[in-house]
Design a protein around this ligand. Structure first.
Ligand code: AMP
Ligand code: ZN
Length: 468
């Protein structure tokens, strides 16, 4: 079966046609490690992980790579705030180490594995030499130019050759816009169409966080020479370079991120990379936003929850959040509330009860085909969950259900009911059917003594091991 996946660039659902013999180059824009991730960020990584799992379920080997943005306006500012005006690159590294470690913990909590078998993280601060080389190549080819405060990418030059700047946003993106201004900051609005910084000459506010390269000063008037010899990369160039490093210059098969990255980040990634190799990316895939009260969850809005916030409300918050997220298609905005989180917790408890109690009579035939179809239909996780839900209470479906849960990255709560307790449960139900209530009460006590609760329902009793 082949995955059909929406391509942001073509605005169509396309069949993913890579031969199964070839590993999939999957790239995800990773976190900016200046603070803890919020659960909106985690939604975009859960989506990428479901994509990775689906490809693997379909029989592909996946090379999944994620950058870690430890050099950008925000990480530098925070490091200088913390260490003072003399802050160094080593201190930047130390400052961001903590958030990178926390990020991995959050990822594990939402069941996105972070070991090297599943994903490779590449830190920007480890790749300065490659970044500088990439920028120099763009200068040589005429797509980048030096000024007295940085090296900038020329949209005009790019546009003359390729004619598709901004195509990810829409084909008429450039209509009515004036090209020419320059922007040094990493983040800016669509209206401010500007040549953007690849290399930012050292600024006093950066403390001592800079890297040196004499070549960047060459050819400039003597008064300006020094201005560029010390500096640091812009945000967008980092991802272009890390894609190239990750897949050794082969095209990236699928590139993911949240929709806020369409412009300027991914638009600029394409522009920087195409002069060196084309296609840069075969398939662009974006996750819609998680909202709070109808607005994008964002650090700048101050309306965000972290996983730690959710853990104060419920236990197993990461896995419950994942279960909640999968109920909505990744291309649909999703409004987050604590009530919806609690409803998801109840839903997952119910599913877990069904998984281990086998209270559905009879056997079921294979529904794996429908499950696979749903996942391969542009990652229809809501439908895949519904199919899993229809199968989960049958004794003969256990192994299949576990495989499906794994494809979605869902974990059931309750540990398996031990054979001893299962036998007691059967005896208990038998006694109740025969109205031998003294015996059934004794059995109930015995089951409780082994750490389980017992609940009687119309379709049988439910035994549950208490969650920690
Ligand atoms: P950042 O750490 O800000 O670079 O963001 C990391 C990832 O989270 C990017 O792919 C963003 O597009 C994504 N993202 C940011 N905010 C949200 C949100 N509210 N909902 C979903 N994804 C988001
Ligand atoms: Zn990126």
């Amino acid at each position: 079966m082949h995955l059909r996946l929406y391509n942001t660039l073509s605005r169509n659902i396309e069949e993913f046609k890579l031969p199964k013999s070839k590993a999939v180059n999957l790239y995800t824009c990773g976190p900016t490690v200046y603070e803890n991730a919020h659960i909106g960020n985690l939604r975009s990584y859960i989506f990428a992980d479901v994509l990775r799992r689906t490809l693997e379920y379909d029989g592909y080997k996946v090379n999944w790579v994620m950058n870690i943005t430890d050099i950008d306006d925000k990480t530098i500012k925070r490091t200088v705030d913390e260490y003072g005006k003399k802050a160094t690159p080593q201190e930047l590294r130390k400052y961001t180490d903590k958030y990178f470690a926390d990020f991995k913990k959050d990822m594990e909590a939402v069941n996105v594995p972070t070991d090297s078998k599943h994903i490779k993280f590449i830190r920007v601060s480890d790749e300065l030499e490659e970044i500088k080389k990439f920028i120099k190549d763009l200068i040589k080819l005429g797509y980048a130019y030096k000024t007295d405060d940085g090296v900038y990418f020329s949209i005009e030059k790019y546009q003359k050759k390729f004619g598709d700047y901004g195509a990810l946003v829409g084909k008429d993106f450039l209509k009515g816009k004036k090209i020419g201004a320059r922007v040094k900051v990493d983040e800016y609005e669509k209206e401010n169409l500007s040549d953007f910084a690849l290399w930012k000459g050292r600024d006093e506010s950066d403390g001592n966080i800079f890297w040196e390269d004499e070549e960047f000063g060459e050819g400039l008037p003597a008064t300006q020479e020094l201005a560029l010899q010390a500096g640091r990369p812009g945000w967008h160039i980092e991802c272009s370079v890390i894609n190239k490093i990750a897949f050794r210059g082969e095209p990236t098969d699928i590139h993911t991120g949240g929709v806020d990255l369409l412009f300027p980040h991914h638009t600029n990634e394409i522009a920087q990379s195409q002069p060196l190799y084309k296609p840069f990316v075969n398939h662009w895939s974006h996750c819609e936003h998680l909202l709070v009260n109808g607005r994008k969850m964002a650090k700048s809005e101050g309306n965000f929850y972290t996983l730690k916030d959710l853990e104060k409300e419920i236990s197993d918050a990461g896995i419950v959040f994942r279960y909640l997220v999968l109920q909505t298609n990744y291309r649909t905005q999703m409004n987050f509330t604590l009530d919806s989180l609690k409803a998801a917790e109840a839903g997952l408890e119910h599913l877990s009860d069904a998984r281990f109690n086998w209270n559905n009579p009879g056997d079921v035939v294979n529904t794996e085909e429908y499950f696979l179809k749903a996942l391969n239909d542009d990652l229809n996780t809501a439908e895949a969950l519904a199919i899993l839900g229809g199968l989960v209470g049958f004794k003969n479906a256990g192994a299949r259900v576990d495989k499906m849960a794994d494809a979605l990255g869902i974990k059931f709560f309750n540990a398996e009911i031990t054979p001893e307790v299962r036998k007691l449960k059967e005896e208990y139900e038998e006694c109740r059917r025969n109205k031998q209530f003294v015996q059934s009460d004794a059995l109930r006590k015995k089951i409780k003594g082994l750490g389980y609760t017992v609940r009687d329902t119309e379709t049988g009793s439910i035994i549950r091991r208490a969650r920690k």
